[in-house]
Design a protein around this ligand. Sequence first.
Ligand code: PMP
Length: 286
Amino acid sequence: MSRVAYVNGVYQPHGQAVIHVEDRGFQFADGVYEVWSVFEGRLADFDGHLTRLKRSLTELKIDIPMSDGALSRVLAETIRRNRVRTGIVYLQVTRGTASRDHAFPRDVAPSVVVTARTIDLNKGEALARTGAAGVTQPDIRWGRCDIKTVGLLPNVLAKQAAREKGAYECLMFDEMGLVTEGSSTNAWIVDEHGKLRTRDAQANILKGITRMALMKLAESEGIELEERAFTVEEAKRAREVFVTAASSFVMPLVSLDGARIGDGRPGPIATRLRDVYLEQARREAI
Ligand code: PMP
């Protein structure tokens, strides 16, 4: 089936969808993005991602390109035209196209791109049942990781480091040895005392929408959570390690830098939280 991309008001064949060479996203990574997961053709946590999108744009003083209603229609139409039942929809907004100059251009309309693709949920499901491998490396990103910018080169390098070691995700750590987050995920542990922990969300990590959903679910499941950073060493000693993101939900890591986590199988808390998260995301998708 031929795919379709939305580019600045026009639905185009995916293979021909292009952005100008002087788009500031291309030249300066001067833009932001969001990813929603799609269940039965419907968006999971539309409002959570929309709220973060507007915050990212506002922090960078990029104009909000369209109303919530218009954006919701573009996302839905892109999903429909690509016949996505289960998968993801990707939105990118950049400051727009202007003659190359670092300072913000005047009177430029933001560029908006939307793509959608099908993802086979069975593959992720199979990996979640066995558990995935993780590696670690220093976090070399800038100081505003709370903004979901398309400037992802350090994240790309971290993910590639994981792939080259046959791992699924790379957890990054700061100068104190404390885990910040994964290259495209938030990181969690059930520590050696059985306490569920995830780092508090300051400017040095992205406040994941899945993270926020999971915090509420943990509470309703009666699982006590501590928003407190943990070291790589604590993660290696933990009973469970897992990562969360809109596209992978809750993914247990059963090894870290080759060291086995717990008994080397996904733990009960990660498994339970994945189940209840998926149940809720499916039920509440709009
Ligand atoms: N941290 C980083 C660096 C990410 O790229 C992502 C996914 N975009 C996340 C965390 C998870 O965020 P979310 O749950 O909103 O997908």
